[in-house]
Design a protein around this ligand. Sequence first.
Ligand code: DMJ
Length: 572
Amino acid sequence: MKVSKDPMINQNNATESMKMAIASSEAMRNARKRRPRRLALLFIVFVSVSFVVWDRMNLSREHEVEIYKLNEEVLRLEQMLEELKGVGNGKSLKTLKDAPENPVDVERRQKVKEAMIHAWSSYEKYAWGKDELQPQTKDGTDSFGGLGATMIDSLDTLYIMGLDEQFQKAREWVASSLDFDKDYDASMFETTIRVVGGLLSTYDLSGDKIFLEKAKDIADRLLPAWNTPTGIPYNIINLRSGSAHNPSWAAGGDSILADSGTEQLEFIALSQRTGDPKYQQKVEKVITELNKNFPEDGLLPIYINPDNGNPSYSTTTFGAMGDSFYEYLLKVWVQGNKTSEVKLYREMWEKSMKGLLSLVKKSTPSSFTYLREKNGNNFIDKMDELACFAPGMLALGASGYGPEEEKKFLSLAEELAWTCYNFYQSTPTKLAGENYFFNAGQDMYVGTSWNILRPETVESLFYLWRLTGNKTYQEWGWNIFQAFEKNSRVESGYVGLKDVNTGAKDNKMQSFFLAETLKYLYLLFSPSSVIPLDEWVFNTEAHPLKIVARNGQQERKPAVTLRQRRFGGIKG
Ligand code: DMJ
């Protein structure tokens, strides 16, 4: 306060000051009185805003659920429509109608997906870009000439399971590092089923052209293998020079039946997608050549002379070196929309099924149905686990017969699947050996006792589940999966067993474990709208190829919709 010389002024000033002090203390009192009211007001505003936000969130969650339900409904209706379209031709494939998702399936599918993540991340960590992972030594090996076999074999499995990040990283590797210009004598069979098949399947699923370009590159390198007097290919080819020959261990330089007759699906698909008929022509010539002297029982020995097309005296089998030749006769018919153009394939396959029936026998005392092998006129009471693809093939082909035959072949498929399942159940590890012998009074016993993570039995269980709807096949598949988890899972991936009796482990994660075994197991617990069997055909390495109009080029678009991938990526 200013002090004046005039006492009057000073008194007035003092009075003013007092008034001001009183006024300000009153204001403070009033403010203090108002604070609780403000706080209450603030509290009310806070509660109201929270309520509105919570309500909005609830609404959007409800909307999400609604949308999800609607999507499910659309899927169901789409499937009904597809089924209705099939009514009338009498030959449409009966696929299991999706029931509402069973929570057990969802959980099991998730477990299989987790197994894939474990296998893949181990490969990524220790063997990136190599053909196969060696989990025990934590490194990679180039058993197929350094073509990234596991990478390519896994692409479509990653895609189907909705493992997008992993898929993108693998795609980048394919685009930037996959190089086929290798001075390497490659197996044209293994390279076709794993590399050409894997790339084409991924192209069909994703619509990404890079996979088609790469498939064409490798297929062009394989083509000279078919330049033989008969067109029956040599089975080994140098990827750089194109010089081809047969393996020295095959009888007199013969070609192997399965190796020569398991390229049709991939090369026909490649012609369809590129519009270039040369691939299809090469592989179809093999079949017309083999048909020239095709026996009435449709069974060919495993060695064929590529110079004159004559079979050499050797084993006849649905196991090693014979198997996928028969599988492809049926599947080319499926791939070709079962039209008259592919009738020859179905006819040849039906002949072979007559032959297959002649190999069927029952064990004693337990009456297991099995497929024998044959050498000349001598039967051998042996069945490879590899031949366990046959139940799936029979189930897939059964619907092409009349009702009586259909029933007969389907029930044979079921009996054989039971035997194959027992290949697993009868060992201490609950994993199947490589082959089994059947002696009168002794049922089955393991011959070669390794297990290299093969897929054939779960492949058949997948087909039987899809085509019969019998849940038992899911249960069997689940038991096999658990046995793999128990015996084959190690810290850095999955290994085979040297011996299914002792459980001794080997040091290799085969690429087909990711391409086939885990894929079929995943699909075993997925709705049948994921890779439906009337739209896709699986090659022998479990790479699904889209069924398109034969010889026609189709417009490219991703074939698996995001909605379908929910079952893998989001929900699964
Ligand atoms: C795979 O490469 C294919 O399934 C082939 O047809 C047979 N062998 C292995 C799996 O066991």
